[in-house]
Every structure is written in structure tokens, then in C-alpha cells.
Design a protein. Sequence first.
Length: 362
Amino acid sequence: MTFNQLDLSPALLAALPADLQRPTRVQRLAIPAVLAGRDLLALARTGSGKTLAFGLPLLARLDPANDRVQGLVLVPTRELAAQVSDALQPFATAMGLRRVTLCGGVAQEQQEAGLAQGPQLLVATPGRLRDLLSQQKLTLEALRLLVLDEADRLLEMGFWPDIQTLLGLLPKERQTLLFSATLPGELEALATGLLKDPERVEADPRNSVADDIEERLYLVNKSSKVPALISLLNTHDWPQVLVFISARDNADGVARKLAKAGIPVAALHGEKDQAVREQALGEFKEGKVRVLVATDLMACGIHVEALPVVINLDLPANAPVYVHRIGRTARPVTNRPIAAPRQSAASSSSKAGGKPLLPTGA
């Protein structure tokens, strides 16, 4: 199947990159349902193509002649807001639609100026959207379509009370799409009350890992994790490596040790201000630093084409977070991730096999 068979407008089809002609599974399943006006519950992990799965039909259903907000995409972090907004930009332009990104870390006055231009689409984090609504800087009375992206993360990060307040401000007659990598019981119950007779799309088995991701495990003592990481990085010529760590203070410590070993590295966590975070992420994407050490919250929204390796220096507490983490290496088929147990350093797609990098007594 090609995108030409999905009843998308000629303008959207023309805006597709030349190398993007065949939809992913979630795009094949979701786009027709959204175009038909159905509510949607879609289980699709990071890297599955979910942004275009909701973005293309969303844009197709907005009216460029109407200067009121008709579409809203809610995401958990500013990084993801920027990523989604950037991904939709060429398609919105092709449709004659205006979009505004609303998130913290950016001057509110700048966002208010964008709202004054009459955008049809908002991509927003709950906190900044709540603030602007409470200040009566915008209204959502004309909203026709709501998207909750990474809904499991929205729930996990405590945004659901804000979302429930927001729902009270929206027209009851609207189309709602919920996209999530995982579906914990609490989220499933909330979705039942939020969605009306939804089409259900499961692009992958729950809490599953993409077939083209190769996972390896290296067992080492806790004290040997960083030396094992350095050994792994020195053994392989991966151009970019995303390292996940549980605590933000440890992120800086690990980054210092890698830098001391001569490895170009940056750390990304919530204690760094927005400008520093953007610089670190930009340098990583541009290849100026080889390794990015990040916490889960700050890594949400990281999008790097052909990211070859994800290393879990600390394992997350649950499977859904693990799926989110390593999904960042599933985007192109050449990607591979790395996984690690609670007292281990991670493994990789390399041909080093599953043998320990360091003696377990080291």
C-alpha cells in the first residue's frame, strides 16, 4: 500500500518526502479511521510513525478559511511539542494552515503573538495551555479534533487533572484521538470515559519491542557500569549513542567520567535551563557530541534519524518506560538498542556477543 491509497488530499501527498511513500502499519490503520471522523485509541510505540498517523488526517479535517483553533495536539514535554510541531509544519503549510506551539521555556509573549495570527492548529503541553486559558488568551470553543499523544506519559507525569479540566472547556461534539505506546489499566479506564465508540488500533503487541531492534545484555557489578560503558563506546564506532540514566545528578557524574575518558558527551536533565538543554540536544543531533546522557523526562521527544544505539545504564522501573526508551532506535531499520539490568551495564547490537565486558568481580 502507498499513501496514494489512503484518500489524503493532493496537497498532503505532494508534501510527503520522496523517500516516504509507503505508510507504516499504524498509519495504514489510523488514517482511514480519522478521516472517517471516528474517535481512535491507537497503541503505537515511539518510532512507529504515529505523528503522521494522526497528523495527516488531522490537517486534512481542518478548515484554512476559519481562523479559530480547530485542532489541538497535547503532548507531555516541550521537547516533544517542538518535535511534533516541526514534523507537521510542511504539511500544514501545504494545506494553508497556521500552527502555534505552546510550551514552557519560551516567552509567553511570543506565543501570544502567534495566537493573534489565528492558527487553526495548536501543539501544546498541558501546563502552558492551562496558563493561557486561565488568562483568557485563547478559547477552544471551535475545537473539532483533540489528540492526546504519548497518553501514557501524560498520565505518568501527573497531567491528567489538567486534561480533565481542559475537557470541560471543549465542545462535547468533537473527535478525540488517543495515542499511547502502552495501555496501563488506569489509562484504559480513562480512555473508556473519554472516547466515544472508538476505533481501536494496535500497531504492535502491548509493551512490545520492534522486531528490528536487537537487544543484548552485559552483566557487571554496579560499580563497574561506567567503566563497562566506556569500554563499549571505545570498542564500537557508533556515531551517536543515547544513554538513559535514572537520576539527574548521576547524569552529570556519568557525563564527567565519559568526558575524562575523551568521549564527546553532553548531559540532559530537568535541572538544566532550557537554553542549555536545547544546546545539548542540538549538538547531539548535529554530531558535535557523540553521547547524550539523559533522564527519561528530558529524553521524551528526542528524535534523531538513524540513531544506532540506546544504552540503558539504569533499567527503568517498568516495561512501558523501557519500550519508550528503546523505541528511539527503531525509527530506521538500521537502528539497534542496548538494554541493561538493574546492576549492569548495557549491551549492544555489535558482534561482541553477550559476554561480559568486564569481569564480574572488577
